[in-house]
Design a protein around this ligand. Structure first.
Ligand code: NOJ
Length: 740
């Protein structure tokens, strides 16, 4: 039997290699026929004529250029009809090389899923993979070949609007989520018609833009780059990500687009990446503004030399690259390598065999309002909600509450599109297919018990609606307030210096709470917001992010106890903008403050707490979980031995509930200082009311490794602290030694 398996594995490997070889041979045979201009054409990507997600450079003769073989890929072109129309033009070129259609499918296509940051709060890798899978199924049915996702940038700064697109602040969680998303997008592999190519972006360190200002510079040590910012990219690559996108920022003085260290040395060198790198929108040309290139020609030379294979919408390559090669300023081998990488993906996608294989009207229709997808979306949305506070078990609310009246107050109670968030698609029938919180609460409790007042707008200073809200509140027995951000307040180019709950919404909450009635606050937003008064004074708060098509249903299920929340924050929530950047895996410093009164010559603020308002990994349940002390299989380990750390977790409340049990490790003394804790594992477990479970983590020296000062990735012997708990702050701990 074993022999047969070996033979089978051998034959399979041969077959796969033969296939690869065929693709490489086919790529070479096309490359041999290509003129230099045609090669440069493949490295050129334009935005389509119907929509734009950045500043257009020029859109004049787009269609003619496609026919002339000057375009290798298009973005912002979706739908079978439109992609077919442009593919028809590509089929009129001399070599009939198909176009690749790329699109930002960030959190769903027709079915809008929660924003990626919200999904990260689920800590549910299977659900996240399923979400990406569905996004791929729906978008590939609409002619899309390639999504510009996942964004795997680590983000420690909620002022940065793009935090919504990533998985938050932690490299370990971020890496697992990156992998899940790539697997979801690429499904059974490139070549299946329901798979889209993934694109790990933005390479690299874009999340560390100074001051949280979008497109801004990044200056960081290489150690930090390798330890915090690169791991999710490596994870995406290991999961098979077909492409990478570089980033707008400069990194230590070199724009990422022209960064040879990142693209040639690390990505294509050390990591052996075989796919291609697309620039970000206009980032080749923008190197002139950076003060790094003197003109577009110079920019093209710098970008191609550094390994940027495709130019998105800056028209620099198409205008200059052929000339640069003729002048000997760019090696032809660089161009050939880039084109080879791009053609290989077109072959792998099956586009050379049938350029229209993603153009299938019947399949496109089938994916429209697909019930299974909507159900999965609702599941994902419920899992993403984070219960921040629940005093006196105000939640869940009872559906059958006799004559009790519920007041729904706030600017988001009746909104529809705000659920969808940034990077989502507007469909003309959205208002009829998506429900509001008002609609859903009505379904749960019936019309006659509901009262409504808007109270104020999301982001202006008018208090004109306060009186009505207060009088409605006085009539009610319980109040649900729905507040937060408009869908365009967090996203690309949406950095903010003030991340408090916008407008006069928190004042409205104060005014309503002053009636003395119990208040539940729902906060819909794309980023961690600041709402200290609410956090300190309102008994129940749910952070509901932007949850997508079924957002209102998911929220209502949680409000009325049809779902027990289990989300955990993937980012620390600051108490003031002055604390930013704030993250759980900080260094202890030489003068650590032990609490907020400990300020005498300490690493502290004299005017504010050093702690986040809500810690990384934090989130409550309607039930309670009790953690007993950690037990270790040994407190003195050697070399390749394995450590088992276990903890008994009990559900001591009255509801069945799901808990994310989190494992953190601290290396107490290192050749470079180590963080006070690092997430190294977690398990999501379901516990029935009254049930207890032993949760065990197996730890090897892999989990102890870090980058030392010579950028060597290894572990060092010594003393370690193991911490297990319900969030990054509340942990049980145990110590051990581990020697070589
Ligand atoms: C710029 C964004 O930075 C990038 O993430 C996106 O994929 C492109 N625009 C295309 O829309």
């Amino acid at each position: 039997m074993r022999f047969l398996i070996l033979v089978f594995t051998f034959l399979l490997t041969q077959f796969v290699n033969a296939q690869k070889k065929t693709i490489d041979q086919r790529v070479d045979s096309v490359l041999r026929l290509m003129t230099l201009d045609e090669k440069v054409g493949q490295m050129n990507q334009y935005n389509g004529p119907w929509a734009a997600t950045g500043p257009l450079t020029n859109n004049d003769n787009l269609l003619t250029q496609i026919k002339e073989g000057k375009v290798g890929s298009m973005l912002n072109v979706t739908g079978v009809a439109r992609t077919r129309e442009l593919q028809d033009l590509a089929m009129q070129t001399r070599l009939r090389i198909p176009l690749l259609f790329g699109q930002d499918i960030i959190h769903g296509y027709r079915t809008t899923f929660p924003i990626p940051l919200a999904e990260a709060a689920s800590w549910d890798l299977e659900a996240i993979e399923r979400s990406a899978r569905i996004a791929a199924i729906e978008s590939s049915a609409a002619g899309v070949h390639w999504t510009f996702a996942p964004m795997v940038d680590i983000a420690r700064d909620p002022r940065w609007g793009r935090v919504m697109e990533g998985a938050g602040e932690d490299p370990y969680l971020g890496s697992l989520i990156a992998k899940a998303r790539v697997k979801g997008f690429q499904g059974r592999g490139l070549g299946s018609t329901d798979a889209v190519m993934a694109c790990a972006k933005h390479f690299a360190a874009y999340g560390a833009a100074v001051g949280g200002r979008d497109y801004n510079s990044v200056d960081m040590s290489l150690r930090q780059l390798h330890e915090i910012y690169l791991p999710p990219f490596k994870a995406a690559l290991d999961a098979g990500a077909a492409t990478f996108m570089n980033s707008f920022n400069d990194l230590n003085g070199i724009p990422a687009t022209a960064n040879k260290y990142l693209q040639r040395d690390i990505l294509k060198g050390e990591w052996k990446f075989k796919g291609f790198v697309v620039s970000d929108w206009g980032s080749v040309g923008e190197m002139i503004n950076h003060g790094y290139a003197k003109d577009n020609k110079d920019a093209s030379m710098l970008a191609t030399t550094a390994g940027s294979d495709m130019d998105m919408e800056s028209r620099s390559y198409i205008q200059n690259l052929a000339q640069l090669v003729k002048e000997g300023k760019v090696k032809l081998s660089f161009v050939d390598d880039a084109v080879r990488r791009i053609l290989r993906k077109k072959f792998e996608m099956g586009l050379f065999d049938d350029p229209y294989r993603f153009c299938n009207e019947a399949r496109e229709k089938e994916q429209w309002n697909n019930q299974a997808h909507l159900d999965a979306e609702k599941d994902m949305a419920r899992k993403s909600i984070v219960l921040l506070k629940n005093e006196k078990q105000l939640l869940p609310l009872k559906k059958t509450n006799g004559q009790r009246k519920i007041a729904l107050i706030g600017p988001l109670v009746r909104s529809i599109k705000e659920h969808l968030g940034f990077w989502s698609y507007d469909w003309p029938d959205d208002s009829s297919r998506i429900t509001s919180l008002w609609d859903e609460v009505q379904k749960k409790v019936g019309d006659n018990k509901l009262l409504y007042a808007k109270g104020c707008n999301i982001n202006d200073s008018s208090r004109a609606g306060f009186d009505e809200a207060i009088s409605i509140a006085k009539e009610a027995d319980i109040i649900i307030m729905s507040v937060g951000e408009a869908r365009d307040m967090t996203g690309e180019a949406k950095s903010k210096s003030n991340i408090h709950l916008p407008g006069v919404q928190e004042e409205l909450i104060k005014a309503v709470a002053a009636t003395g009635k119990p208040v539940v606050v729902l906060i819909s937003a794309g980023r961690p917001l600041i709402f200290n008064w609410t956090a300190d004074n309102v008994p129940a708060i749910l952070y509901t992010w932007w949850l997508g098509t079924k957002g209102a249903e998911a929220i209502t299920d949680v409000l009325f106890g049809d779902y027990n929340p289990s989300g955990k924050l993937p980012m620390s929530f600051p108490g003031t903008e002055g604390q930013i950047p704030i993250y759980y895996n900080y260094y202890n410093t030489g003068r650590p403050a032990t609490n907020d009164s400990d300020r005498f010559y300490r690493s502290a603020y004299i005017d504010f707490s050093i702690y986040p308002k809500f810690a990384f990994g934090y989130g409550l349940s309607y039930t309670n979980f009790n953690y007993r002390n950690i037990t270790l299989n040994s407190t003195s380990l050697k070399g390749n031995q394995k450590l088992t750390a276990s903890v008994v977790v009990s559900n001591t409340g009255e509801y069945d509930g799901t808990e994310v049990v989190q494992l953190y490790i601290r290396d107490l003394v290192g050749s470079v200082v180590r963080p006070v804790k690092d997430l190294k594992g977690f398990q999501k477990i379901l516990l029935k009311a009254g049930e207890s479970k032993t949760v065990s983590f197996t730890i090897t020296t892999e989990e102890l490794k870090f980058y030392n000062n010579d950028l060597k990735y290894d572990w060092e012997p010594g003393e370690f602290e193991i911490m297990i708990g319900t969030n990054s702050k509340d942990v049980k701990s145990a110590k051990l030694t581990w020697n070589k």
